[in-house]
Design a protein. Structure first.
Length: 231
């Protein structure tokens, strides 16, 4: 038996991307199983196939190897925390306690916030818009908050490395879907935030996920707008 991570479509499932990256970054072996979400029950957490593996009816869900039985973990942050406990301190959260508390704050802000960004900039990794649309006021405010947060963390931790807290952490995995959204919707950010976005988008494990963003015909360039990477 091995760890099995149940995920949604790699092009669209922003929640799934986060723990997938965390497990890869931790070097924890797992088998991935993609479940189709375009099925009856979607949006109501009633997809039968998903409910069969996750009690709350959402992906991601991890079925982890346990000494006695399978351990089911049905939330992206819970999976990330479980992963952090499987590896040495410092691998997935900063080793320094103050940095770790801040990394958790940033991660939780993403996990429970940015609702307007999620609403208006849904993840679609293959898609490229040429120009950003006019955003509603709440979306503009949240995009500004995101830029300020990334810029502040990058300025303070630049001496430790190129990630939000210097070395790669769970916080970076939680912001990875946003990095793709900023690229998809041609959002112009500050220089420092854009450089961080590009660090995430150039990560080898992120690129491995992106390579799986194929459409129903198995083609990677599914979008008609401008797709520099896949065309
Ligand atoms: N809080 C959950 C949210 C997961 C979530 O909303 N997943 C979406 C797909 S990206 C889902 O499974 N939706 C199924 C539905 O709403 O029926 C987590 O962080 O894991």
């Amino acid at each position: 038996m091995s760890n099995v991570l149940f995920i949604g479509d790699k092009n669209y499932s922003s929640w799934s991307l986060r723990p997938w990256l965390v497990l890869r970054w931790a070097g924890i072996p797992f088998e991935e199983r993609v479940l189709r979400l375009d099925q009856p029950g979607y949006g109501r957490q009633e997809i039968a196939e998903v409910k069969a593996v996750a009690p709350n009816g959402t992906v991601p869900a991890l079925h982890a190897d346990g000494p006695m039985d399978r351990l089911v973990i049905w939330d992206s942050l819970a999976i990330a925390e479980w992963a952090a406990e499987q590896v040495a301190p410092g691998v997935l959260w900063p080793e320094d306690a103050a940095l770790r508390a801040q990394a958790r704050s940033a991660t939780c802000e993403m996990h429970s916030g940015f609702a307007a960004v999620r609403r208006d900039l849904s993840m679609n990794i293959r898609r490229r818009m040429e120009r950003a649309p006019e955003w509603p006021e709440d979306t503009r405010r949240q995009l500004a908050r995101l830029d300020a947060l990334w810029s502040d963390l990058r300025e303070r931790h630049a001496h430790l490395g190129p990630w939000l807290f210097g070395t790669r952490s769970i916080a970076d995995a939680f912001f990875a879907p946003v990095a793709t959204r900023l690229r998809t919707y041609a959002v112009e950010g500050s220089g420092i935030a854009t450089a961080y976005r590009d660090t995430v988008l150039a990560d080898a494990d992120f690129l491995a996920w992106q390579a799986g963003c194929v459409d129903d015909r198995g083609e990677a360039s599914g979008h008609p707008v401008v797709d520099g990477l896949y065309r």
